[in-house]
Design a protein around this ligand. Sequence first.
Ligand SMILES: NC(=O)c1ccc[n+]([C@@H]2O[C@H](COP(=O)([O-])OP(=O)(O)OC[C@H]3O[C@@H](n4cnc5c(N)ncnc54)[C@H](O)[C@@H]3O)[C@@H](O)[C@H]2O)c1
Ligand SMILES: [Zn+2]
Ligand SMILES: [Zn+2]
Length: 390
Amino acid sequence: MKALTWHSKFDVRVSNVDMPKILNPRDAILKVTSTAICGSDLHLYDGYIPTMKSGDILGHEFMGEIVELGAGVDKSKLAVGDRVVIPFNVACGSCFFCKKQLTSCCDNTNPNAAIPRAAYGSSPAGMFGYSHMFGGYAGGQAEYVRVPLADFGAFKVPEDLTDDQVLFLTDIFPTGYMAAANAEIEKGDTVAVWGAGPVGQFALRSALLLGAERVVSIDDVPGRLEMSRAAGATTIDMSKEPVSDKLMALTGGRGPDRCIDAVGLEAHGMSIDAAIDRIKVATFLATDRAHALREAIQCCRKGGTVSVPGVYGGVIDKFPFGAAFGKGLTLKMGQTHVHRYLPELLKHIQAGRLDPTFVITHRMPLSDAPNAYKMFSENKSQVIKVVLKP
Ligand SMILES: NC(=O)c1ccc[n+]([C@@H]2O[C@H](COP(=O)([O-])OP(=O)(O)OC[C@H]3O[C@@H](n4cnc5c(N)ncnc54)[C@H](O)[C@@H]3O)[C@@H](O)[C@H]2O)c1
Ligand SMILES: [Zn+2]
Ligand SMILES: [Zn+2]
């Protein structure tokens, strides 16, 4: 079968690989009908995530049809022929963390994480197509994929909804929604969102769903800011205006009540911090470029909340912990617990409260995936979300 494989920085290829097989009794084999490229995939493409091996299959946003089930799958929950979406986290459903709906923290799906215990303390859950730090699971940018623990990790979707309408339940809709939920929005709040990529787009729309009075979207990519304005956001083009001054002016000098960092470790920018970050990353003094996060902490009003869906991988130099402490901020973050939010978000889609298809700018065949990665990486204004068809 065909699959998109990673080989090294900026080198991804469509390769012929072996068909996946049932390895464990609760596995299913899924025939992929739609799969998308995520901003998190760019961290792999750009070489920021360690423990990738040449030939690893990428992709953690995918859906399709079940074509085979292991003997141990609960057949009352899943059958051959079911059309399903798959959360990007691999989770067991029965450990301490899964029972608390913290499925991105599952204790059973990544026991041999290639993360030194000294750095993380304990390992996060497994994740499809996302390095050997996250379990080394083959991803779904492929014709077929093995779905472990399928009776917990596959969600049936109604036939009257198209793939495009439900595909983003695998990641970016729950991720934007959890970011807004973590922001603890109260009536009348102003919510500032750094990053107007797919995650920022779903975060600001979710913030409005959860009662924000005003959302402010910060980026320097015109096409993306335009998409934010279409949702009713006030926008700040950080290449043209000083973000902090503008946010203070918009909030009577107090700062936004809730700040969401939907940028993560590959932030760019014009500030001195940004230049220093680049040097520190290049010389291995830090691994992540955190100036969107620093700016969010700096701008957030006293007693406010900073919510971080943007991915960070390692060590951040010059983290303004004193400001966070002094202003009494709440910080919330993490990989999304997709299983937890997926059912309620499916209801929002069915009720027409949010149509996720707004974010799709490109549909391409899987055979063209290397070109799709290049476009998504280099042309952020035109290319916001690419859906691949195997
Ligand atoms: N927590 C999770 O489970 C989860 C899930 C999916 C994605 N993510 C992460 O969310 C982040 C965003 O994902 P995406 O798909 O939207 O990615 P993306 O790369 O398409 O978008 C990031 C946006 O941030 C903007 N940006 C860069 N530096 C900035 C700065 N200093 N200030 C403001 N904006 C800045 C970029 O111009 C870009 O538009 C990534 O780090 C991704 O890995 C996390
Ligand atoms: Zn993702
Ligand atoms: Zn678990």
